[in-house]
Write a protein that binds this ligand. Structure first.
Ligand SMILES: [Zn+2]
Length: 300
């Protein structure tokens, strides 16, 4: 009865149906081998008919040829959740995995991409061009210095009060955590496709975090710099594979737009530039970012 009752063979391959939670299409059980080949948008997978599943399997077999020839030339990591994208520059292919074991996308399948810092665009790319937008994350992180100083002062005060209380440090006193939100939560990467089984793939790469007991702007900016380099690597790889002729342009650098520039008084510009120069010398920001910042502050 039930779990142990004999199930009919897989209508696709005639193979055995797993007794453990077998998948169904149009009410028929599909073997795990056939069903395991499914790699498409969840919305499309849930509305598959037996006919469209057979068509998908034909596509899957064609895709196998691309899997076999795939040579990894670049890999981009999205951090803890292990999302990866691998690229094959020679054959102009990419795959959302750490090895070519999922759907292989060809150059023509990628219509466009966007990368945002939360909701603020950082990159937009298509055959029309690759745009890089000025980010305010560095300024906003630097503007958090007073909040960090306040947190350190509160921590010292709490320790002092604690000592006054009974003359010794009370280790059981609750730790105070720095819980001011970071300038942004994550890079939101969205790939838009022109493909029978995929319209959009979204994935997040977490932005850097402040240490919650020892927050520090410079180490935050260093981590930010490393994340941005990974994002730049992704943009370069997407361009190489899908939009090799797209012109690159930067938007919002050096101009007078943006709330921060508008509110920065020129008298402080030199002091600000010195601060950014120090950051560049420490390797926290790049020469390019420093130059952009300098132009912005000087309004040139
Ligand atoms: Zn099967």
């Amino acid at each position: 009865m039930g779990l142990f009752s004999k199930k009919p063979p897989c209508p696709i391959c005639g193979g055995k149906i797993s007794w453990l939670l077998p998948s169904k299409i149009e009410g028929e059980y599909i073997c795990s081998n056939c069903y395991g080949k499914l790699d498409m948008e969840p919305g499309k997978a849930s509305s598959l008919t037996m006919q469209s599943f057979r068509e998908y399997l034909a596509f899957y077999d064609q895709n196998q040829v691309l899997k076999d020839q795939f040579v990894i030339s670049e890999q981009v990591d999205f951090g803890v959740w292990d999302t990866k994208i691998i690229f094959d520059f020679q054959h102009k292919l990419f795959c959302m995995s750490s090895s070519p074991d999922k759907t292989i996308f060809e150059a023509g399948h990628l219509k466009s991409f966007t990368i945002k810092e939360d909701n603020a665009p950082l990159f937009e790319g298509s055959a029309e061009g690759i745009r890089r937008y000025a980010s305010t994350v560095t300024e906003r992180a630097m503007a958090m210095a007073p909040q960090i100083a306040q947190y350190e002062a509160n921590k010292r005060l709490a320790r002092t009060l604690d000592r006054l209380d009974d003359g010794k440090i009370n280790d059981s006193a609750p730790t105070q955590y720095f819980d001011v939100p970071e300038p942004f939560r994550a890079f939101n990467v969205e790939l838009q496709f022109d493909h029978p089984y995929w319209a959009v793939i979204q994935c997040d790469m977490n932005g850097p975090r402040f240490d919650n007991t020892r927050p520090n702007v410079n180490s935050y900016l260093r981590d930010y710099r490393i994340s941005v380099e990974e994002i730049e690597k992704l943009v370069t790889a997407l361009k190489t594979v899908a939009f090799p002729d797209a012109a690159e342009q930067t938007v919002g650098f050096g101009g007078a737009q943006g709330a921060f520039t508008a509110s920065a008084p020129p008298a402080d510009a030199i002091e600000e530039i010195k601060k950014y120069k120090a950051l560049m010398e420490e390797g926290v920001i790049s020469q390019q970012e420093f130059d952009a910042k300098k132009r912005q502050l000087l309004g040139i």
